[in-house]
Design a protein around this ligand. Sequence first.
Ligand SMILES: *Cc1c(COP(=O)(O)O)cnc(C)c1O
Length: 744
Amino acid sequence: MLDGSVYDAHAGTDHALKRNGAAHTGRNGSSKGVLHAVSLEEHLRLILTELAYNLRWTWDASTRQLFSALAPEAWAAGRNPVKVLRAAGASAAVLTAHEAWIRAAGNDLLAYLARPAWLQEGPRVAYFCAEYALADCLPLYAGGLGVLAGDHLKAASDVGLPLAGVGLLYREGYFRQVIDAHGAQRERYEWADPAELPMRPVIGADGRTVVVTIPFPGRAVHARAWRVQVGRTPLYLLDTDVTENEPNDRAIAARLYGGDAVTRLSQEMVLGIGGARLLAALGPDAAPDLYHLNEGHSAFLALELARQRMRSGRAASFDEAVTQVARRVVFTTHTPVPAGHDVFASDLMEWYFEPYCRELGVSIQQLLALGSREPGSRDGFSMTVLALRSSARRNGVSQLHGRVSREMWTGIGVGMRNAPPAVEMEGLTNAIHTATWVGPELARLFDQHLEPGWRLAPHCAEHWSGLAEVDPAQLWEARNAQRGRLLEYLERRGRAAHAEGLAPGAGADNTLVLGFARRFATYKRATLLLSDPDRLARLLNGDPRRGVVVVFAGKAHPRDEAGKALVQRIVHATRDPRFQGRLLFVEDYDVELARLLVQGSDVWLNTPRRPEEASGTSGMKAVLNGAVHVSELDGWWHEAYQPDLGWALGLGLPDAQGQDERDAAEAVQLMDLLEREVRAQFFGRDVNGIPRAWMSRVARSIRTFAPMFSAHRMLCEYSERLYEPAAGKPALQIATPQHALNTM
Ligand SMILES: *Cc1c(COP(=O)(O)O)cnc(C)c1O
């Protein structure tokens, strides 16, 4: 895309679509020539190309259905619309048979892109993150951080906030999880070819692909830029797999969170320094008003911004430059777990940053001091410390996590003079993109009973008030359909693979599904539920007419042996005769599987050790779909829990116990809750077989939590509390204008 179009809503859309998309209505005289110039088939292919390359399909069910109808096999094989385009685009018959649908979807995309953008006057934000979860065909994410970043981009598109994402293109992504015969996790990697993915090369003003260069010891590393279009929001990705690079450097960004410290440092240099250079290469019109560092991985960005300021004479010294830069930088920290914060050894930093320091005109000691808690010591270079010293506004990702982070990082001010930051550390709670995570049956119900704004302005509580009037029988029916799809998947999977299948027995409306899916890190205590196996077996098998099924999913980091051992323990439990067909592990947790699980589960379990779960978002997705949350009072649940809306673990237990004792006490509390309250209420049915008390809990929980934990609320809060002030504007109170809501 050329310079000025970075924040332009239509920049990612081929102009041919704009002309041709409207052409068939005959409104536009100038389009006639175009129509004559292209055949109907070509015209449909153009529209389909834009539908495939604009990731709005990831949250638009109708476009996904269209892809599936056009090329069922290609779509099912990996949900990659570029493959659908290849398969269907080759057949004039297939295209013309779907003409009306393709046109309708194209026009709907255009209408979406043209919607009123009620934050369009907001500051222009460059959003940096190491991962983005947008679609499973784009191997750019590992877990929660990526999902959050992806949802942030989508919500920015919905509200029209001028925001551009910056990240890395990982050719091998994270990994695909395979469980071997011993129940152990194996990692499988596939190499992705960008030509087969919904992304386009970024073309500069000179008509050539934009390539940036980053100084490395004894050489330069080059990275080519790609653009992914997410509705109205662009995402720029840097790709080191280019022929200009030495073979080893081509693989710098092969694997997300892969390789050793050198790989990690190299990736972060490309992301931070390369990302800043990419924005500069896009021209003055692409200059953002502020930068958002979503986690510390991209904090080298601040060094490069400081260098640019010194080079242009806007700052006389490095420290002055860093202080100036910090005013325009917002930093979000995402975990209180120490292993989640990158620290690079001082000698590694010296070796890698020697050439860059020369460009910067500072000594390596000055640079090292910026990333050190105790400047002058050689305690390593912390990316979080660098991010804190280069940002005047910081936040954690829930209220509790904000407080914990404030304590963790207290005393770290801005620049080397340790100036007090404008916002030392606040809590700004994570959230989810409603339209992405809602299941089809619940969505249909919402469409029937709620204000149309529930989808595109879900943060407005009044859009959800209609839930109070929904007939519990209808809500129950929608829940049965969503649960039924999950159960059917589990059954099919059991038959197809050598995996454990679902035990036969109770029907969909007489099965209670407990879901637990997340990264397998030890603090999340995936095996808490297995603490008393006999008691669990009684819960699962106690009454054949009232089935209880537990579904687990999740990956452990390839080098996290303790996490991998937990995966294996769960897989072994699925093969234990006491649990067979009742306790299941589904391999290769990804966005598609997450959708299936959060949409189908009745209860979402979350058992972290407080306060190690910074926020958690999977529970928000499940709750939106009518699950009841049973969770430790940690992360978002710490602020959201209300006695009549879900259940709380850890409540009422004495604080001063040792960890093992606490685990044991909470394991008992969890089983008590499940046996006495959850199961009793779920199976408490009226004469028509409807669990009225359960349904009323579900309806209230959706109504309360859906607006509160929508990414739109999160984005408005970032805008008001952090973006506007960082851009030097007075904090706005953003009211959603009525006209924006009416046209949704
Ligand atoms: C939502 C989601 C996560 C994050 O869930 P947590 O509750 O934060 O653990 C991780 N992975 C996938 C695929 C998700 O969809």
